[in-house]
Design a protein. Structure first.
Length: 202
């Protein structure tokens, strides 16, 4: 399955209205674009050898497990903004080598690339494309860059995703396979939110 084919109707798992908080974040982010405070860019220093194939399989496994990593957003095609969740969404990690650059030049290049990405703004219509980059700095040291949006993940849930990725990566790298436990459906939480009485929440 490619980036283009994942949006076919037969690959749609669910369509759900966004939560009130998501709607507020969406419209605010669309208004400010390149200065979006909800667009998160995280850079992790990875020391030691990296099994790139195991890392990709780990992220794919976690995306397969969590609906929130497989959803795009639509707001102009319907009366109310909605999130479209796909059954399958291929995960790709962009791999780069900056070993020819000195450390200061690497840092400058990283900052420039992050600034360019932020200036372009987050693409909510393609939110299910996990923005992952593995940058080789030198032998056995990499940067792992993960860019995501607060509309899908807050700090607590992002930490859970990372924990799942680390567990899956260890399993794939050492055992070659991984059987993840089941995960609660995000759509069940969304349904619960919409059944609540707004007046009682004030």
């Amino acid at each position: 399955m490619t980036d283009r084919t994942h949006r076919r109707a037969e690959n749609v798992e669910a369509i759900a209205a966004v939560t009130p908080m998501q709607q507020g974040i969406l419209f605010h982010s669309l208004k400010v674009r390149g200065q979006d405070p909800y667009f998160i860019q995280r850079v992790f220093v990875v020391n030691g050898p990296v099994d790139a194939q195991a890392l990709q399989r780990a992220w794919q496994s976690v995306a397969d497990r969590h609906q929130v990593l497989r959803e795009d957003y639509r707001w102009e095609e319907a009366a109310k903004p909605a999130q479209v969740i796909y059954k399958l969404r291929p995960v790709a990690i962009a791999s780069e080598s900056w070993r020819e650059l000195l450390p200061d030049a690497q840092l400058a290049r990283l900052r420039a690339s992050l600034s360019e990405e932020r200036a372009q703004g987050f693409d909510f219509r393609d939110a299910s494309q996990l923005r992952l980059r593995l940058i080789e700095r030198r032998a056995e040291q990499h940067w792992l860059v993960w860019s995501y949006h607060h509309i899908a993940l807050d700090g607590w849930s992002a930490a859970l995703i990372l924990s799942d990725v680390l567990g899956a990566y260890h399993a794939f790298a050492t055992q070659g396979s991984f059987s993840p436990p089941g995960a609660a459906r995000y759509t069940a939480y969304v349904d619960w939110i919409h059944k609540q009485d707004p007046a009682r929440a004030l």
